[in-house]
Ligand binder design. Sequence first.
Ligand SMILES: *Cc1c(COP(=O)(O)O)cnc(C)c1O
Length: 392
Amino acid sequence: MAKFVYADNAGTTAMSKTALDAMLPYLTDYYGNPSSIYSLGRKSRAALDSAREKIASALNARPEEIFFTGGGTEADNWAIHAALEKMGKKGKHIVTSSIEHHAVGHTLAALEKNGYEVTYLPVDGNGQISLSELENAVRDDTVLVTIMMANNEIGTILPIAEIARIAKSKGALFHTDAVQAVGHIPVDVRALDADMLSLAAHKFRGPKGVGALFVKKGHAIPAFILGGGQERGRRSGTENVAGIVGMAAALEEAVQNMDGNIVKITKMRDRLIKELLKIPYSRLTGDPVNRLPGTASFVFECIEGEALVLSLDAKGVCASSGSACSSASLDPSHVLLAIGLKHEVAHGSLRLTVNEANTEDDIDYILDVLPPIISRLRDMSPLWEEKMNVRA
Ligand SMILES: *Cc1c(COP(=O)(O)O)cnc(C)c1O
């Protein structure tokens, strides 16, 4: 059988067996509506309560601080709108970074058309903001600082505790998109002192279409979806019971195994980085030190990222170029441009993301098939020919 290697775990993950097994009863026998008072319904209600406790415990939060959502995008949208509504009297200014996921970036862009002002903090070549620039950017009328915990394209981990401290010392609310961090690196909402934090189950081997927003106790945030009053009246709609149960099981498992997983995953990532940087005219993207355990991200000069991804697919390897969400457009990703790459270099990006389901065999296979693909693509590239002629 041809080899298959899934190395796009920042895009989504395969579900863990633990998560699937936990979900199945709630997709079959226990289909009661959690709002019903008969015992079948109470069974679902108990499962929701238990899931909320597990998720809260994994984040060092309290159960009443966890609100279930339909994924990371919804949690990000909700956090931003909730902050603006709650803080409306203070002002209309928001501070963010220039490398946020579109769930944050496009939400803020829409708000700019609606009378809000947004400051996009630049990042350095590693994808880090400057804390002194942040300090200068937060004003008396700043209502929200929203900055991601870890970047989905280049794997950079940002110093969220320090960022939160600066935001809050100036009276702004602080939200972090922790979708890439939760389940992969320690996330403790009390230590970070975040007001709000977003997560999504399918990035840590849970099911798709389910996530959560942490909201610190004491912030009576406004409702996001109106209806039957679920999620304490804040997010109505019959709960995705099986999905929520799967998310809790996946997160509990990820947190229990985190220390060992980080060691195993980092080793695979570092082998990819070490070996693939031997390819001429290649570069690592993202912070070399403060980076997600599973993210190996690169640019290869004179390569089209799309061609590279398709060639890898033909060899059974799933990888991504830039962000999966922007793969429909021809513009290079805003993240790669923000770290200072030229357009033509950013086009040659490749993101390989591994998790605990991968093996060293997978890494061997990628290291076998990738370098020859790059040579072949470069042999066909007029840009490469030009570059070699100039050199000669
Ligand atoms: C995947 C992702 C999202 C969106 O989450 P969905 O569950 O796909 O809606 C938001 N932010 C980051 C950083 C992500 O990686």
